[in-house]
Structures are given as C-alpha cells and as structure tokens.
Design a protein around this ligand. Structure first.
Ligand code: FPP
Length: 283
C-alpha cells in the first residue's frame, strides 16, 4: 500500500444506517446496496457544471454557482453523517483567475457568505475545516474569513472538510519541494527526497489520500486537482451537473466505489501467479 494511504490513525467508525435521517425511496434502495463498514476514508470532488446548469435555464452563470452551494451543503452533511474521515471540495483553482472579474468577485463573495451561513451546520456536525491552496494570494477579506473558519472549528473531532481554494496540483507539489529546500537551508546537496517526506509537505499533510474522486458534468479530466494524492483513487465521473448532485447521486457514487477492486499495482486477492500475457497471433 502506498505510504500516504497509511498515515491517518483514526479508528474506523461505522455509521448507523439511520444517521441520515428520513430518506427517499431511491436513497433507501441505494443504502441497501451500501456496506457502511467499507466507505471511502477520503472523498474528493470536482464540482463542475454550474455554468452549464445555468445556461440550460437561460440564467446567468452566477445563478449556477449559487445553486451549487446547495449541493455542497448536502454533500458535506451526508459525508459527515456517514463518518467519512475527509471530504475535499474543489472550489477555486489557480486557473480560475482567468475568468471574468465579475465572476471571480462573485465566487469570492459567495464563499464568504457560505462560510458565515453554513457555520452552524459545520459546528453541529463536528466538522473541522481546512483550506488547501495558496491562501496568501487571496483577497485580504477572504483570508480573514478562512482563518476564522479554521480557528472556530479547530477543536472539532469529526470529518475534516477541505476547501481547495486558489488550488493547483502542480503548485502544491512545487510548494512542497520549496518547503523541503527551505528546511535544508540551502545545504541539501546530496539529500534525497522521499515520497513520505513530500507527502508530509503537501497541503493535505496528515490526511489519507482520497479513495474516491468524483467529477460531475461528464468531463474526463483531473484538472490539476490533487495530482499527487489521487495516484490510486477510484474515479467516478457522472453526467449530472453539480447543482443537480443530490444525496442519491452521492450514494450512487459510493455504491459504485464499492464495486471497484483496489489493487494498488498488486494482483487480485487469491491470484497467486501474475496473469499470463495474452498469446501473440501465430504463437
Ligand atoms: C465549476 O462550474 C464550479 C466552480 C468554479 C466551483 C465553484 C463551486 C461552487 C460555487 C459550489 C459551492 C461551493 C462552495 C464550497 C462555496 P463551472 O463554472 O466550471 O461550470 P461549467 O463548466 O458548466 O462552465
């Protein structure tokens, strides 16, 4: 098993089936298929499709972002109640600065509002907040809100909610390398960097790598998200646009995850010999 899969020492907690409260008939069916003792420890989500959702309704793009906050709320609360250890949501990438200024300003404002409005839900569910990305490049008011959200939730013991904000996977690896170099004070000649050491300098330090990466809106890309950490993640892409991603769609992703066989580059359980290569024609 890769080194960063083993770092977290949190004992496995199995949620009670009724922890989600009242469920719809569709959700009940999905829950029947789900083994609550084999849920992913860390779920990462690329929340995509807000713009297309709005476009389909002849609304401005920002209406899609606003609608997307409801899906974020549902996903956060459901994962917390399922006792998933960590949830990471991709809210704003380093590439998103290329969007029109009005949309960027709206997204920053929406995040600030979100942190304020959702704090009771975060606290009620014992969630600890972290932010992944280059915080020092964000507007000062956003930095302040981010700091406060982390401080207010620092003592919580439940799920870790990571918001990737001004985040880039390549930037994260570069930041980790620079942090390691700084530790060596320029005297690192001949030193070798290990995978374990690099993992310890990533924004996700201390968290298990995502077991499941969900991407909405059907795009088959990882978009510079958690490049190091998703080395062995199961990827689930759904056509559903992010504002339509409800609890049933999340449960569906978890059911699909449990159908996958995870081998980490090894061989299937019970398989003693590596599979023979396919016979070449004429052999
Ligand atoms: C992508 O849709 C989504 C984003 C840029 C992330 C923003 C997410 C939200 C506002 C959801 C709320 C989350 C939090 C944590 C406040 P897109 O604009 O790329 O959609 P498109 O590909 O259809 O244009």
């Amino acid at each position: 098993m890769p080194v960063s899969q083993t770092k977290s020492h949190k004992p496995l907690q199995v949620p009670a089936p009724e922890s989600l409260g009242p469920v719809t008939a569709e959700e009940a069916k999905l829950l029947e298929k789900l083994d609550l003792s084999r849920l992913p420890r860390h779920v990462a989500v690329i929340m995509d499709g807000n713009g297309r959702w709005a476009q389909k309704r002849h609304l401005p793009r920002i209406a899609g972002h606003r609608a997307g906050t409801q899906s974020a709320r549902t996903t956060i609360e459901t994962c917390a109640r399922l006792k998933i250890e960590a949830l990471t949501l991709y809210a704003f990438s380093v590439e998103n600065w290329r969007r029109p200024k009005t949309e960027i300003d709206f997204l920053m404002q929406l995040l600030r509002e979100y942190l304020k409005k959702e704090m009771p839900l975060i606290q009620r569910n014992d969630i600890r907040m972290r932010f992944l990305g280059r915080m020092d490049e964000l507007p000062a008011a956003v930095q302040k809100d981010v700091r406060e959200a982390m401080e207010k939730t620092a003592g919580n013991q439940g799920m870790v909610l990571c918001i990737a904000l001004n985040y880039g996977g390549r930037a994260e690896i570069v930041d980790a390398m620079n942090a390691i170099l700084a530790e060596h004070n320029g005297n690192g000649a001949g030193a070798r960097i290990t995978e374990e050491q690099l993992s310890r300098h990533l924004y996700t330090e201390g968290l298990p790598d995502p077991d499941l990466l969900v991407r909405t809106s059907g795009e088959m890309r990882v978009s510079n998200f958690l490049l190091w950490q998703i080395a062995y993640s199961e990827i689930f892409v759904t056509e559903t646009l992010w504002p339509d991603f409800n609890r049933a769609r999340l449960l569906e992703a978890l059911v699909e995850f449990q159908k996958r066989e995870r081998r980490y580059g090894g061989i299937r359980e019970g398989q003693t010999e590596p599979a023979k290569p396919a016979r070449v024609a004429g052999e």
